[in-house]
Design a protein around this ligand. Structure first.
Ligand SMILES: [Fe+2]
Length: 190
């Protein structure tokens, strides 16, 4: 796309040092990714504008005419149940269509209406979900908790994925993970 923001060369060079295929010789994300002003518009265009985001559970749109007001990175999105059970999603202001898909009973949207289907992107993950939770279709939302955190979004994701502290702080969780690994070694990666 021609109107995409061109990132500064220095920033590209820094990011290029990160190579997920060569973890030992690679760098983590440079600190500029967390504070440089040019990064956020890049993220808006290259991540938020073309990534699938969970919005609600399908049971919240059970009847024809039901609508859910969601958002993707401050852009309001409306999802509506149509008469013949289809879902429709669009920007709430300009009514431009966005992609919508149900995955394991959760409703996802993607601002890029031409995005590759979430099921295709996730490969056999859906099969794995149903194998581990065969009754997932019987489950529904219990409550919703929303928090606004004054931090770079990547800091939250980093902290969510970090698990160096798990062996000490979450011993029961670690036992569960061990049990899963022992019970189905063939389904887990090497
Ligand atoms: Fe924790």
């Amino acid at each position: 796309m021609n109107d995409w923001v061109q990132p500064p060369v220095k920033l590209l060079t820094d990011i290029g040092k990160f190579n997920p295929e060569l973890a030992d010789a690679s760098w983590t994300l440079p600190s500029s990714c967390y504070h440089a002003l040019q990064v956020y518009p890049l993220e808006q265009q290259r991540i938020f504008a073309r990534t699938w985001y969970c919005q609600c559970h399908q049971s919240e749109l059970a009847a024809a005419g039901d609508a859910y007001q969601g958002s993707v990175e401050r852009q309001p999105v409306t999802i509506r149940r149509l008469p013949r059970e289809d879902l429709q999603a669009f920007h709430s202001y300009c009514k431009t269509a966005v992609a919508v898909e149900v995955f394991a009973d959760f409703v996802f949207v993607n601002l890029d209406a031409t995005a590759a289907a979430l099921r295709r992107q996730c490969g056999k993950f859906l099969d794995d979900i149903y194998r581990r939770c065969p009754r997932i279709d019987e489950l529904g939302p219990e409550r919703r908790i929303e928090r606004v955190v004054a931090a770079n979004w990547k800091t939250l994701i980093d902290n969510n994925h970090e698990c160096y502290h798990c062996a000490i702080n979450h011993r029961s969780l670690m036992k569960l993970v061990d049990a899963l690994v022992e019970s189905s070694p063939a389904t887990l990666p090497d």
